[in-house]
Design a protein around this ligand. Structure first.
Ligand code: GLU
Length: 416
């Protein structure tokens, strides 16, 4: 039988397991199985050739018991409502596990941004905000970048929202450029949080990261910064990286600045002089100490989990490992730093950005780094301790910490 890869079904399945261990009452459990609200939008966009194309998009607000909902917007051709629901659920657990006063949400537009000009991308971004703007706001729901969206897209969206409301409201979206209320340290925040978790995990496992081999799937905002930090901060040897076209390998290590310059010049990491090509599937099963999936969901499945040779998997992507793969990897003693802990650095600095926007006073990069480190280390400790105490894997331990916090907020509010 092939595995069910519907990400929302997988997210619900993990929640069900956590609810059983936490002995949640039925109402709390049922409430947490579903998004509180979702908006489906259809947006017309004028194309450069004068024609009009119709795009479909979503915004899912999963749970706001702990504060306004928060989560990124993805532009992806394979986007589905179930993917967005799962990602919104994971945002709820993510904000809870790092203990920032926010709930979880996610948005997406079904599109292939590679086929759009910059002007079309701008019109689509603005059209989306004209539709979902009615349920956004700094006290309601705050989007951010995710796959195929970046600070420029955030700037267009913030500007469109300002036009709708008649005044600036910078705290309505995060990951903005510095010139319009962005925060220092937001760009590499997700990777930096993951690097902090990796350092803590290696300490627990008594693995010396200096000189150790690491493979990174994905060379977007998260994967590329992870390459930088693995090489320059942790002293690791990055032997393989990839993007959606394919990957490259060099047993002696790939230099971050060289790969980044090549990607900038050629649009892909492929064909870097001195490297060997490899597929995304081959990258996952390389003989490395650390594997970092930093691209899309459901790439580590029952079909390849048995072949993974890494000792630590640091999940910077959302939902890269299926539950069936989890069970195989746990059995084999692979240490997983689960996604909504490992990649929580992004939303943590997004929260710092909102705080700075609200009082209009901006922090130094050192302050951001220091506060991010403190949040990530505390979250890692809580999850690691939970795994030992409950004798569960790290992912379930992260669920137990996060779900208990959201359940508690729903209880004190009188919802359940
Ligand atoms: N899209 C990022 C994530 O999945 C960041 C979300 C945010 O900053 O709100 O965590």
């Amino acid at each position: 039988m092939t595995e069910d890869l519907n990400p929302f079904a997988l997210a619900q399945q993990k929640l069900d397991e956590a609810a059983a261990i936490l002995n949640l009452d039925d109402a709390t459990h049922q409430m947490l199985r579903w998004p509180q609200r979702e908006l489906h939008v259809t947006v017309p966009v004028r194309m450069d050739d004068g024609s009009t194309r119709i795009f479909h998009g979503f915004r899912v607000q999963y749970n706001d018991a702990r504060g306004p909902t928060k989560g990124g917007i993805r532009f992806h051709p394979d986007e589905t409502i179930n993917t967005v629901r799962a990602l919104a659920a994971w945002m709820t657990w993510k904000t809870a596990v790092v203990d920032v006063p926010l709930g979880g949400a996610k948005g997406g537009i079904i599109c292939n941004p590679k086929e759009l000009s910059l002007a079309e991308l701008e019109r689509m971004s603005r059209a989306y905000i004209r539709q979902v703007g009615r349920i956004l706001g700094p006290e309601q729901d705050i989007p951010a970048p995710d796959i195929n969206t970046n600070p420029q897209v955030m700037a267009w969206m913030a500007d469109e929202f300002a036009t709708m409301r008649g005044h600036n409201s910078f705290g309505m979206i995060t990951g903005k450029p510095l010139s319009m209320g962005g925060s220092l340290g937001r760009g590499d925040a997700t990777a930096r949080g993951g690097a902090a978790c990796l350092r803590e995990a290696a300490r627990e496992l008594r693995i010396d990261l200096r000189g150790a081999k690491i493979a990174i799937q994905g060379f977007g905002n998260v994967g590329s910064y992870m390459h930088m930090l693995a090489q320059h901060q942790l002293g690791m040897q990055v032997v393989a990286v990839s993007d959606d076209v394919g990957g490259i390998f060099n047993a002696a290590g790939l230099d971050y600045e060289t790969v980044r310059a090549h990607k900038q010049a050629h649009g892909s990491v492929l064909a870097l002089p001195g490297s060997q090509p490899l597929t995304n599937a081959e990258l996952l099963v390389l003989d490395v100490e650390v594997l970092v999936p930093a691209a899309i969901e459901s790439v580590i499945t029952a079909a390849n989990a048995g072949n993974i040779r890494a000792r630590i998997i640091a999940e910077l992507a959302n939902g890269p490992t299926t539950p069936a793969a989890d069970a195989i990897l746990y059995e084999r003693g692979v240490y997983i730093i689960p996604d909504f802990l490992c990649n929580a650095g992004g939303v943590t600095v997004s929260y710092f950005e909102m705080v700075q926007n609200s009082y209009g006073f901006y922090w130094t990069e050192e302050m951001v780094h220091e506060r991010l480190e403190a949040k990530m280390t505390a979250a890692f400790r809580a999850v690691h301790a939970g795994a030992q105490a409950h004798r569960v894997d790290n992912r379930m331990a992260a669920y137990l910490v996060a779900v208990a916090r959201v359940a508690e907020a729903m209880k004190v509010r009188g919802w359940v």
